[in-house]
Design a protein around this ligand. Structure first.
Ligand code: MG
Length: 262
């Protein structure tokens, strides 16, 4: 089932997406809801980020091939960092090259876990009950801030618009074997499969819930495969006029244009 947050004219609603149609939902997908009789064509709605997360937890170095290209040893536990809610944008909204750091803005396609039920100290076995579903994400990063100017990642990872999410939440996905890729202007830059994840989605939910309470609507960005710009020579960082698309088989695709911050 695909659960979307949509805007039609000035009205915002949740909806179940089925083929070319959106069936509007009465209620909140993080609580009680039921489908209504009202449908609208998918082509006529604006898709919004499917959740407004209180927490955006992200994982560094979680694909074997990306760890290898970075020259790093495989981690023995998930390396977590935080992005902030101001980063979140929906499908079609522009990724803004920040005035402060416009030159080394990079892309990272990621499978994103959406938490459905408050989770604390959850075992790997019990973790599926706390997950609502999955969406596509782009962990946009200003590499100059992240890797050259600062000794930690908060600034480089948390500029406005640096966490596109969407197009919707897929509740029925085999998260352990989903093909994932990212293209810029149609040119494929990253291509992998979540079977290359070092820590699985359920291991991540369990590990993070043993660190912090995870709230309904919070998201976990599960890490990116190889092929990011800063590991490529010369690095094809994002430029004004580019279009970045994250595609995960079984979910859909998330496309965002790139603009300069005004
Ligand atoms: Mg990342």
């Amino acid at each position: 089932m695909k659960l979307a947050k949509i805007k039609i004219d000035d009205r915002v609603s949740y909806a179940q997406v089925d083929g070319d149609a959106c069936r509007l939902i009465d209620g909140d997908i993080l609580g009680r809801w039921k489908p209504t009789d009202e449908t609208v064509p998918l082509a006529e709605v604006q898709l919004l980020a499917p959740v407004e997360p209180r927490q955006v937890v992200a994982i560094g170095l979680n694909y074997r091939a990306h760890a290898e290209e970075s020259g790093m040893a495989l981690p023995d536990h998930p390396l977590i960092f935080i992005k902030t809610p101001n980063c979140v944008i929906g499908p079609g909204e522009p990724i803004l090259l920040p005035k402060m750091a416009p030159d080394e803005v990079d892309y990272e396609c990621e499978l994103v876990i959406v938490i459905g039920t408050q989770a604390k100290n959850v075992s790997v076995e019990d973790a599926p009950a706390y997950v609502l579903g999955y969406t596509c994400g782009n962990d946009v990063s200003a590499r100059d801030c992240q890797l050259k100017q600062d000794t930690q990642w908060a600034r480089g990872k948390c500029f406005d618009t640096f966490a596109p999410l969407g197009p919707w939440i897929e509740t029925d996905l085999d998260a352990d074997s989903a093909p994932i890729k990212l293209s810029v202007n149609g040119d494929v830059r990253q291509e992998s499969n979540t079977s290359d994840l070092i820590f699985s989605c359920m291991e991540l939910v369990s590990f993070i819930s043993r660190c912090m309470t995870l709230y309904p609507g919070s998201v976990i960005m599960t890490g990116t495969p190889s092929g990011v710009a800063f590991m490529t020579d010369p690095p094809p960082f994002l430029r004004e006029g580019d279009t970045a698309t994250v595609e995960i088989e079984g979910i859909g695709s998330l496309t965002n244009p790139v603009e300069k911050e005004k």
